[in-house]
Design a protein around this ligand. Structure first.
Ligand SMILES: [Ca+2]
Ligand SMILES: [Ca+2]
Length: 143
């Protein structure tokens, strides 16, 4: 369950994004809102967590209840991904080194050859320091 202050934060976000005070957000408004909260999130990722209801009179819209549901699911996903990251940080230094990251990838059930792995690692290691930070990891997961 989200904490109470989470709820008031979401309420404030929703209100600020709902420019015409209709009680609904359209996709563009929602996307702008999420971007403000977390700059790494892609549009496709947002769509995965928010189900837009169809209104005959206009574009797809989302109510505050649906918004809260989507935010909860998104937080849940981020919590799981963070736990996953720490699980594979075997030496507990706060980073995934190459060998740790490889184990994490293999755990997902797909096999990568060395070349594929190297490509993914280089893409994820945004600052090219040879290790994956939690931020770099989540950024990739949010694509
Ligand atoms: Ca580590
Ligand atoms: Ca890095």
């Amino acid at each position: 369950m989200p904490k109470k202050d989470n709820m008031s934060v979401w309420q404030a976000l929703f209100k600020a994004a709902d420019k015409d005070h209709s009680g609904f957000l359209d996709k563009a408004e929602l996307f702008r809102l999420i971007k403000t909260a977390n700059a790494h999130v892609s549009e496709g990722f947002v769509e995965k967590f928010f189900h837009f209801t169809s209104h005959s009179s206009g574009p797809h819209k989302i109510s505050f209840e649906e918004f809260v549901e989507g935010m909860k699911q998104m937080e849940e996903f981020l919590t799981q991904m963070t736990a996953f990251f720490h699980k594979f940080d075997f030496n507990k230094n706060g980073y995934l080194e190459k060998s740790e990251f490889r184990k994490a990838l293999e755990f997902t059930g797909r096999n990568y050859d060395d070349k594929e792995f190297e490509t993914i690692f280089q893409k994820t290691d945004a600052n090219k320091n040879g290790q994956i930070s939690l931020e770099e990891f989540l950024k990739t997961m949010l694509q």
